[in-house]
Ligand binder design. Structure first.
Ligand SMILES: NC(=O)c1ccc[n+]([C@@H]2O[C@H](COP(=O)([O-])OP(=O)(O)OC[C@H]3O[C@@H](n4cnc5c(N)ncnc54)[C@H](OP(=O)(O)O)[C@@H]3O)[C@@H](O)[C@H]2O)c1
Length: 294
């Protein structure tokens, strides 16, 4: 099978590339080979390669910058998925696409289901939602996985930022009133493969580990596990202090509630997703192994 992977240099893209390798021949252009801002170039690429499966892990993910660059965010997060969906519908291919907890307004303290009324608080969230809507409206074969707080052993993410700061600082302030589930890119790729190969019903699914925490709780767990693994830090987990979102202003508003109900995906796969903290442990192990090798 011909597979087209977009965004292979990103966190999720990197993991998709190795996870989907057994399914076929993967073509994965870098930005130099295919600028996804260029609609005509994307069309030529699709026509030339004729993929039967598209894995779209490319996105404009700079949440704060999207407030001042809405056109770029719209092209990557809305127009590109719409274009991929149009191709997919025309040729009968399948599109796997990734979306965000930021499509929801973030009120309350209950997990959002896939049926919850959306209401993004940011330009990023709006462009992601419009991408989801364009794919759904196209009628193409598709899976849209809405995930949250993505991190991995590679790339730029909160876990790696904390590990850097934890080797230098004695104290940190981290937001404690945004609640969600940190999701390793590797889990996203593994579950995507399961969903695709099990041919589950198409549509929108939440994809995250079980459980919930705050960014402060996530930071403390990163440091606790790291110390338990025998790694040296200057900071103790208890020295990660709490700060409310209102005291940490950012250009983009973020939802306080990022809890995603996993019921639909767990039922479709007849499985229980793993706990976020076990996933963190595994990702840290992978990170330190990777550090030793490089
Ligand atoms: N990160 C999160 O916390 C989070 C949370 C919820 C949902 N998601 C969603 O999950 C998906 C994957 O996110 P991620 O964290 O893996 O993203 P990421 O690490 O930021 O990777 C984004 C990818 O898109 C590519 N890209 C961006 N603009 C491009 C352009 N003009 N031409 C070619 N390639 C371009 C990047 O290429 P370069 O390396 O060349 O820039 C990179 O490979 C996205 O749909 C995102 O919205 C992410």
């Amino acid at each position: 099978m011909k597979i087209l992977l977009l965004g292979q240099t990103g966190q999720v893209g990197f993991e998709l590339k190795r996870t989907f390798a057994p399914l076929g021949t993967i073509t994965a252009p870098t930005r130099d080979q295919l600028d996804l801002l260029n609609k005509e170039a994307v069309q030529r690429y699709l026509d030339k390669h004729q993929p039967a499966l598209i894995l779209n892990a490319a996105a404009y993910t700079a949440v704060d910058k999207a407030e001042s660059e809405p056109m770029l965010a719209t092209r990557l997060n809305t127009k590109l998925p719409a274009q991929l969906a149009e191709y997919t519908a025309q040729v009968g291919a399948t599109l796997l696409h990734y979306s965000s907890d930021y499509v929801y307004p973030g009120q309350g303290d209950k997990p959002f289901t896939e049926q919850t009324t959306t209401g993004p608080l940011s330009a990023y969230g709006k462009t992601k939602l419009e991408g989801d809507q364009a794919i759904t409206a196209s009628g193409c074969n598709h899976y849209i996985f809405r995930t949250s707080w993505v991190y991995s052993a590679r790339g730029h993410n909160f876990m790696k930022t904390m590990l850097r700061l934890g080797k230098d600082k004695k104290e940190l302030k981290v937001v404690s009133d945004q609640i969600g589930a940190p999701t390793p890119a590797r889990l996203i790729a593994q579950v995507s493969l399961l969903a695709y190969t099990h041919n589950i019903e198409q549509g929108v699914y939440h994809l995250a580990p079980r459980g919930e925490t705050s960014w402060q709780g996530f930071a403390r767990s990163i440091f606790r596990h790291t110390i338990n693994m025998g790694q040296e830090l200057t900071i103790a987990p208890e020295a990660v202090n709490s700060i409310p979102t209102k005291d940490y202003p950012t250009p983009a508003r973020r939802p306080l509630n990022s809890r995603l109900s996993l019921q639909k995906l767990e039922q479709a796969l007849s499985t229980q997703l793993p706990d976020w903290e076990d996933q963190l442990f595994q990702t840290l192990e992978e990170y330190f192994e990777y550090q030793e090798q490089s």
